[in-house]
Design a protein around this ligand. Structure first.
Ligand code: GTP
Ligand code: SPV
Ligand code: MN
Length: 605
């Protein structure tokens, strides 16, 4: 028997034992098994309002929606404090922080001792992907944060139905332990956003376990998302022959009614959600959303790669989201049932952030909870402020988002933020070349993680912060996947860059809905309807083949966006070499070959 008062429980013996062990150690006042019901979430939201964590927004503006303002030091993923604690150091590779698992536990377990005092410990059973998938991927998050419960209910399929299935099959599951690390003394008044200066986001891949301490922020605390669905799942995927990727999934239909599903890997804050919700500007083209952040892909019986979106909600970047840039996201949010974190509040109980409208309202309460006017020096909303919204509310959701075995992928895009060098679009010669393009992907850092913003770094497959094992082995896994299917069944691989700048610093390409013009070229490539020209970095569109009909940009500027510049690429070569040197012996030989090929081709131009 627990000393703590318990609501719910389980006949899953392993889960029962783990929950008791954690409760005994962390000493919460009570243990609540989360069912996922509407009444329960109403109670939890009310608790959050009472605690000052949530402010309820005006019903006529954003129904059933809440605003949370975090501690100013708990606003993004903490990559410095994120660890892969594999048994062998070499299995974490050069891109991850590593510590011996036992040593890490000896450090963390004492931090968890009594860490939930004065709080409720919630047990959240969840499944990433569909409950009716062939091999459903279960998880349980134990957390002392009601904000996490409210967010997880939006972001994943959770609750009693999941637990019942786990019990019926005595299912294996990922154990996610989370504490904000802010125990309360008897009678102590809580703060609106409890957290701890000390933060650890730790993964034990061999044990399928995650320990997260000290942060309440999304990617650090909603353990189904990056911790499970990317870091732990990438290890499962390596072992089981599938892929866990930081990719959007988009369904694209041309005016003749022909459909292709396209996935796209872009680093954090580099445009996945926007592209997944794109409203094409060309007549007759239709885009629908399957996933906006994470894609799990495995081979189907027909030998093609099928992708599922393992999530159930959208955790999108707020700034820059508006009726002009992403009307579909706006329509999704308008329906309510959402949590907004670190954005500004309007006097009439709505939310606002930079880019929502061209002109800011005359007065606001900013993300620090302070009065704000357009004359204020600082921005009103944190650059990594987010909306958290049920995916089912999206007006362009493809019915297949809920397909247990996913959708067949025709193409994969890699993209990042590069002011120079990387053309608007190019196509890889084959899977191995595409793997090289992904492995050498680069992008300017963003506010999605703490640290400097705007620094170019290599971000392999947009997975740098999310590969749960050795990055060399990860690249090798991509190559292995490519060997498992006929070339004509594998997705074609493209590289894009919406963020190239002109000499005056402005974007060369208008982006957003106009990106559909680039998708159209890819679609035509897939259909064999358009030729392309060879270049050292792959196939490029012939002049005029990217449809600019009705585009309000002059042709010379479009040409500058599309341009392959051998000089810029010669400057890129040493950076790629430097990156590959970091892999040491772990770099697959095929990547050396691709690098040599690129170098030779560059010399010849
Ligand atoms: P994460 O949720 O952090 O993984 O981000 P994401 O990859 O989903 O990026 P998102 O679509 O939220 O876009 C991030 C920022 O880039 C937002 O401020 C967007 O307004 C901006 N953005 C997205 N697409 C484009 C584009 O085509 N051009 C330009 N200039 N900006 C874009
Ligand atoms: C990202 O940073 O890539 C995100 C937000 O999608 S988070 O959930 O914090 O990882
Ligand atoms: Mn992301």
């Amino acid at each position: 028997m627990l000393q703590n008062q318990t609501t719910g429980g389980t006949r899953h013996a392993d889960l029962d034992a783990w929950v008791r062990e954690v409760a005994d150690h962390t000493q919460p006042d009570e243990v609540v098994w989360v069912t996922g019901s509407d009444e329960e979430i109403e109670r939890i939201n009310a608790t959050l309002v009472e605690a000052g964590t949530f402010t309820r927004l005006a019903e006529e503006r954003k129904p059933n929606s809440y605003l949370a303002l975090s501690d100013p030091d708990d606003v993004a993923r903490v990559e410095d404090q994120t660890y892969i604690c594999s048994v062998e150091e070499k299995d974490a590779g050069h891109t991850n922080n590593w510590m011996d698992p036992q040593e890490m536990k000896d450090r963390l377990w004492p931090l968890f001792e009594g860490s939930m005092r004065g709080r409720t410990m919630y047990v959240i059973p969840f499944v990433m992907g569909h409950l009716d998938a062939e091999d459903p991927k279960f998880g349980v998050e134990i957390t002392d944060s009601a904000y996490v419960v409210a967010s997880m209910r939006i972001m994943a399929r959770i609750g009693s139905t999941v637990l019942e299935r786990m019990e019926a099959t005595d299912a294996a599951y990922v154990k996610g332990l989370h504490s904000v690390g802010a125990p309360l003394q008897p009678g102590e008044q809580d703060v609106a956003w409890p957290c701890n200066e000390t933060k650890y986001i730790v993964h034990f891949p061999e044990e399928l376990a995650i320990w997260s301490y000290g942060s309440g922020y999304g990617g650090n605390a909603l353990l189904g998302k990056k911790c499970y669905a990317l870091r732990i799942a990438s290890v499962m995927a390596r072992d089981e022959g599938w892929m866990a990727e930081h990719m959007l999934i988009l369904k694209l239909t041309n005016p003749e009614g022909k459909t292709h599903y396209i996935a796209g890997a872009f680093p954090s804050q580099c445009g996945k959600t926007n592209l997944a919700m794109i409203e094409p500007t060309m007549p007759g083209w239709k885009a629908e959303l399957v996933g906006d952040d994470i894609s799990w892909m495995r081979f189907g019986p027909d030998g093609r790669l099928y992708a599922v979106n393992p999530e159930f909600g959208l955790f999108g970047v707020a700034p820059g989201t508006g009726a002009d840039t992403n009307p579909v996201a706006m329509a999704t949010i308008e329906k309510g049932n959402s949590i907004f974190t670190n954005v500004a509040r309007t006097p009439d109980g709505d939310v606002w952030w930079e880019g929502l409208t061209e002109e800011p309202p005359a007065e606001l309460v900013d993300w620090h909870g302070r009065p704000w006017t357009p004359d204020s020096d600082a921005v009103s909303s944190h650059p990594n402020s987010r909306f958290c919204t049920p995916i089912t509310q999206c007006p362009t959701i493809a019915p297949e988002y809920d397909e247990p075995n996913g959708v067949p992928i025709s193409a994969i895009m890699f993209g990042g933020r590069r002011k120079t060098t990387v053309p608007l679009v190019s196509e890889s010669r084959d899977w191995q070349h595409g793997t090289f393009v992904g492995a050498t992907l680069s992008s300017e850092t963003t506010a999605a993680a703490t640290g400097a913003v705007g620094v170019v770094r290599r971000d392999p497959m947009a997975m740098l912060p999310f590969i749960g094992y050795n990055a060399g082995d990860y690249v090798d896994h991509w190559l292995e996947i490519g060997k498992q299917a006929d070339a004509d069944k594998l997705p074609r691989i493209f590289m894009v860059n919406w963020f190239r700048r002109d000499e005056d610093g402005s974007f060369l390409w208008p982006g957003f809905g106009e990106n559909a013009r680039v998708l159209k070229w890819m679609f035509e490539r897939l259909e064999g309807d358009v030729e392309a020209q060879e270049s050292p970095i792959g196939y490029l569109p012939h002049p005029g083949d990217v449809d600019t009909d009705g585009l309000d940009v002059d042709e010379a500027q479009v040409a500058r966006a599309l341009r392959f510049d051998p000089e810029e690429w010669s400057e890129e070569l040493p950076l790629i070499k430097e990156w590959f040197e970091q892999f040491g012996d772990d770099l697959p030989a095929a990547m050396e070959d691709e690098l040599a090929t690129l170098e030779q081709r560059l010399v010849r131009v």
